[in-house]
Design a protein around this ligand. Structure first.
Ligand SMILES: O=P(O)(O)OC[C@@H](O)[C@@H](O)c1c[nH]c2ccccc12
Length: 264
């Protein structure tokens, strides 16, 4: 595991151990009854009506370990509404605080401001977090293969599906892709960011997409800045793209989203 992932996994286990006693599984399941039903994350990615062949998952992201603070004026609800107006098919909202300055309240505010399906962008190291995710309204969860073993990945996916959520299984190299393809989720994200060096290279999606058949739904993640980048990814057969920083750095994120979704 890369140093950064190792560090995140360690504090996340501590965080979960601290939170669990305050919210038993039955308490979370009581809360789940009160949140609106899952909105169909994968379905929205496939069903989009864009001039582009790729649909957009727009990310609400305040900061990152590699870039530090990305956006000063950070208001999750208005950013979410602006992304929806710009043609995003789904949203991704970071809830990790130590590395990304995220928070559960960002997720809840963003999701309440839109009708789009929302993925909770969080580091999952325990099945309990899947119930927690649904209890704040998550429509999908992230399963990071670089961080967990196959048994936990399978458990996270099964729990997500049991709650009616989708699971985006994230890989960044061929061995992780091999593992992901044996799991029960059709939704696979290829992260263009190398988590050891933080370098991003769209070649990662170009190469790993060749391992995937038509029964899977592919998402190209990270390092997508220009309509030319999007044109390149359209050739890989990916269904969707996950974009954070390049949108967050522009004042008008509605226009920024529209620009990415307009063929060059
Ligand atoms: O800001 P970018 O380069 O457009 O990347 C967005 C998204 O792919 C990235 O935030 C991400 C991908 N996988 C993650 C896992 C955890 C936290 C963050 C991520």
């Amino acid at each position: 595991m890369s140093d950064i992932l190792e560090k995140i996994a360690t504090y996340k286990r501590t965080e979960v151990a601290e939170r669990k006693p305050a919210a038993s599984l039955s308490a979370l399941e009581a809360r789940i009854k009160d949140v609106s039903a899952p909105r169909g994350f994968q379905r929205a990615l496939v069903a989009h009506k864009q001039p582009r062949s790729l649909s957009l998952i727009a990310e609400v992201k305040k900061a990152s370990p590699s870039k530090g603070l990305i956006r000063e004026d950070f208001e999750p609800a208005s950013l979410a509404a602006a992304y929806q107006a710009g043609g995003a098919s789904c949203l991704s909202i970071l809830t990790d605080a130590p590395s990304f300055m995220g928070h559960e309240s960002h997720f809840v505010a963003a999701r309440n401001a839109v009708t789009l399906p929302c993925i909770r962008k969080e580091f999952l190291v325990d099945v309990w977090q899947v119930a927690e995710s649904r209890s704040i309204g998550a429509d999908a969860i992230l399963v990071i293969m670089a961080m967990i073993d196959d048994a936990l990945a399978a458990d996270l996916i099964a729990a997500a599906h049991a709650y009616g959520m989708d699971a985006l299984v994230e890989v960044h190299d061929a061995p992780e892709m091999e593992r992901a393809l044996k799991l029960a989720s059709p939704l696979i994200g290829i992260n263009n960011r190398n988590l050891r060096t933080f370098d991003v290279d769209l070649k990662t999606t170009e190469e790993l997409s060749a391992m995937v058949g038509p029964q899977h739904v592919l998402v190209a993640e990270s390092g997508i800045f220009t309509p030319q980048d999007v044109a390149r990814l359209e050739k890989t057969g990916a269904t969707a793209m996950l974009v954070g920083e390049s949108l967050m750095r522009q004042g008008d994120v509605t226009q920024a989203a529209k620009n990415l979704l307009t063929p060059a």
